[in-house]
Design a protein around this ligand. Structure first.
Ligand SMILES: CC(C)(COP(=O)(O)OP(=O)(O)OC[C@H]1O[C@@H](n2cnc3c(N)ncnc32)[C@H](O)[C@@H]1OP(=O)(O)O)[C@@H](O)C(=O)NCCC(=O)NCCS
Length: 173
């Protein structure tokens, strides 16, 4: 497996992996599946802003995307520049690959990129029912720092939002 920057050619796979769980799980709080065009615009916006969008690919079949990870602004940095050293991540691995180290490989590279970019804090906002993701983030060094009760609604029930974070450096600016 290899982790590299995403290209437009990866967008159909990224879209499929993102859409995979929308109808069955509360991982993302929407019933709306992204189109390939939506994801292409998202990739272009992220890359234009200088944020990483990474894919893990099968080393023998470079076009076979196993998962993707990215980060972007936590809040609106133009309006509230005090948030500019904080980012919020997203990570999704093809269900067929879970437990195989793809998430760890993506997260390791994403955090390395964040350190190099001078990011201080990375935030993960995780659905409270997604205990697998909470455990994954804990294994990757994140701490659970807050739980916003009943802030989401899907499949006829309230959902909690669990905030997790990792502090990447101790430097003052
Ligand atoms: C969460 C997710 C990214 C993990 O990716 P993955 O490729 O399965 O994770 P890995 O195999 O690399 O595992 C990395 C570590 O997390 C732990 N972990 C992964 N899945 C876990 C689970 N279901 N329960 C407990 N621990 C888990 C592993 O034990 C492993 O620890 P180790 O390397 O110290 O042994 C993946 O399950 C996923 O895409 N889930 C759906 C989307 C999602 O929830 N995204 C996050 C939204 S906030």
């Amino acid at each position: 497996m290899r982790v590299r920057d995403a290209s437009v050619d990866d967008v159909p796979s990224i879209t499929a992996i993102y859409n995979e769980l929308i109808s069955s799980r509360t991982v993302t709080w929407t019933d709306h599946e992204d189109s390939v065009d939506d994801r292409a615009r998202w990739l272009a916006r992220r890359q234009a802003a200088g944020f990483p969008v990474l894919v893990a690919v099968d080393a023998t079949a470079e076009t076979a995307v196993l998962g993707f990870a990215s980060y972007g602004e936590f809040r609106d940095n133009q309006r509230w520049p005090g948030y500019r050293f904080t980012v919020e991540l997203s990570i999704h691995v093809d269900e067929a690959q879970w437990g195989g180290g793809v998430g760890r490989a993506l997260m390791t590279e994403l955090l390395a990129r964040a350190r190099r970019a001078g990011v201080h804090v990375v935030v993960a906002a995780v659905d409270g029912e997604n205990t697998e993701s909470i455990e994954f983030h804990e294994r990757m060094g994140f701490a659970t720092v807050g739980r916003l009760a009943e802030t989401g609604f899907k499949f006829g029930r309230w959902l909690d939002l669990v905030f997790m974070q990792i502090v990447l450096d101790e430097q003052s600016r």
